[in-house]
Design a protein around this ligand. Structure first.
Ligand SMILES: [Zn+2]
Length: 248
């Protein structure tokens, strides 16, 4: 680390749990963020500001006026641009040293496997079950920890699925793939703007902890946020012996 990096990251380095060693792990890390919307915006901005060295951002969508109420990586000026590229610009303005690969694509299973394989941590910031399950399958297959977040209306949830340890559940243990969960889109249900910031920032925090190997992750716990009462609850989630994804 040069002098300017030591200054930039000094408030991390001051923390005993992080120090120069932890910060160096962040600088060397490779993180995959799927989705550059409500959750992906704050998550990607914090990963970049915190100094994660290599970030791949995947999103095939374009910035729309209706996104700006909550998707804080985008600006009025960038309406109509690709979200992955818009977010890369916002990240570069905060921390130009971070290498951001913006992929404007909707990754299928084969592509996801390829992307997940080269990541230390994956953040699922998407809004549909099909992609969530595809990301989970790739993470289980390649034993890469997955930080998952979701927000709808005034409700949020966040958890970590870490297949590196055999007792941890995967996303599919919690929400079985064959069960018909209805996708509830922000476009029809609405979403309270700051909640995606809260949950997306927590996803970034969990990702940074996993990279540095500090603290205790959310693996095996699901945090639920009731934004109207502003109350968190935590439920234990166990592995399913018959889960077709992780029990094979
Ligand atoms: Zn499972």
């Amino acid at each position: 680390m040069d002098d300017s990096q030591l200054l930039r990251y000094s408030r991390h380095i001051l923390l005993d749990e992080i120090g120069i060693e932890g910060q160096q792990k962040l600088l060397d890390a490779r993180v995959l963020v799927i989705g550059a919307g409500g959750l992906g915006s704050p998550a990607a901005l914090y990963l970049a500001s915190a100094g994660v060295g290599h970030i791949t951002l995947v999103d095939d969508d374009e910035v729309d006026l209706t996104n700006l109420q909550r998707q804080i990586a985008h600006t009025t000026e960038r309406v109509g641009r690709k979200k992955a590229e818009s977010a890369r610009e916002a990240m570069a303005q905060i921390n130009p040293a971070v290498e951001v690969l913006a992929l404007v694509e909707r990754a299928d299973d084969a592509r996801l496997a390829e992307l997940v394989q080269s990541a230390d941590v994956v953040l699922d910031c998407t809004d549909n079950f099909k992609t969530r399950h595809a990301v989970n399958r790739a993470c289980v297959q390649h034993r890469v920890p997955l930080v998952s977040g979701a927000v709808i209306r005034f409700d949020g949830q966040v958890s970590v699925f870490d297949p590196r340890s055999a007792e941890n559940p995967c996303y599919s243990c919690l929400f079985p793939q064959d069960q018909a969960f209805e996708d509830v889109a922000c476009s029809t249900m609405g979403v309270f703007a700051p909640l995606v910031g809260v949950v997306g920032a927590m996803q970034a925090a969990e990702a940074l902890k996993l990279i540095m190997g500090i603290g205790e992750s959310l693996a095996g716990r699901l945090l639920l946020l009731d934004g109207l009462r502003m109350e968190w609850s935590s439920i234990r989630i166990g592995r399913h012996d018959t889960c077709p994804v992780c029990a094979a």
